[in-house]
Design a protein around this ligand. Structure first.
Ligand code: SAM
Length: 292
């Protein structure tokens, strides 16, 4: 991926553009941080495995998390995100975050497998509070009750959403993961946590839906791709009345991670609720039903 963006140009832009003078230092600081993050990750994107002996990437990942969670006004966010010179940087940054999230999950999954106290090792995972809050939101938004079944598309090496929904909310789960090695790792983790009777993992992707068993909710991970193919397929095969929830990056600088913006949902998928994120969560949860 060649990145031919002249950041000098970008940074110079705001000195002459329509930005309110008061906001310029703030926007400049954020712009410089995006440039720095991009420089740190651009040579790693598309590598199979992130060799990170120095832990530098972990620091960049955290820096990116702090940046996207910044409480920024919509106008400033718009000014930064609408700068088309950043598009390739945003693509590289969201690819890095998606790939590195899976790396961190795989690392934590291996620690759980090695642990004498797997539940403690799970609860020590830095990002678990995000999933606990998301699961609460999605349970309420979809009106789920104990005994219901949820299907999660994009469950990953560590199926945190399903683990929280099943362990804390008494649901049953089905996870679908496209990479067999990640699916297999997640199955071993669930076995270790004693959850394999409550959560089933299938190695595959969205094209295997619908399954024979109809879940009470189909959840689509924020990192599930490609969005257009997934939602077009769901709209074409699911029976009317099916409930779907999905996660998007919509608020503030989180939008730089959004891969949904090029795409409109098919007419058959009707939105009935949207819940914006509360820290530490980054995703907006959107709830849909399939129309006739
Ligand atoms: C890293 S996990 C993040 C979700 C997190 N583990 C959870 O429980 O909420 C996202 C996973 O989705 C998988 N994935 C992406 N697109 C997919 C698709 N279309 N079908 C199945 N899995 C997919 C990726 O391979 C990745 O492992």
């Amino acid at each position: 991926m060649s990145i031919d963006c002249d950041y000098g140009e970008v940074l110079k832009l705001d000195a002459t553009g329509p930005l309110a003078p008061a906001r310029m230092p703030f926007i400049r600081k954020i712009t410089e941080e995006i440039v720095a993050i991009h420089h740190s990750i651009k040579d790693f994107v598309d590598r199979e495995i992130y060799q990170d002996p120095s832990g530098h990437l972990k620091a960049v990942f955290r820096q990116l998390d702090d940046l996207i969670a910044l409480d920024i006004d919509d106008r400033s966010a718009e000014d930064i995100l609408s700068n088309s010179r950043f598009n390739s940087a945003f693509d590289a940054i969201s690819t890095f975050r998606s790939q590195y999230t899976a790396e961190l999950e795989a690392e934590q999954a291996e620690s759980i497998l090695k642990s004498r106290d797997p539940w403690k090792t799970l609860t020590d995972f830095t990002y678990l509070p995000n999933y606990i809050q998301l699961a609460q939101t999605e349970c309420q938004g979809a009106g789920l009750k104990p005994g219901d079944t949820v299907l999660f598309l994009g469950s990953g090496p560590l199926p945190l959403t399903l683990i929280v929904l099943c362990h804390q909310h008494g649901l049953n789960g089905i996870g679908i993961e496209q990479y067999p090695e990640r699916a297999e790792l997640s199955m071993r983790v669930l076995e270790k946590l004693g959850l394999s009777s409550q959560i089933r993992i299938i190695s595959g992707n969205h094209l295997m839906l619908p399954l024979e068993e109809m879940p009470d909710l189909i959840m689509v991970a924020a990192l599930a791709e490609p969005k257009k193919e997934i939602f077009d397929h769901l709209a074409s095969v699911l029976p009317a009345g099916t409930k779907i929830s999905h996660r998007i990056y919509e608020k503030g600088l989180r939008q730089m991670l959004d891969t949904f913006y090029h795409y409109e949902l098919p007419e058959r998928l009707r939105e009935y609720l949207r819940i914006p994120p509360e820290p530490p969560v980054n995703n907006t949860s959107v709830f849909l039903t399939v129309a006739d």
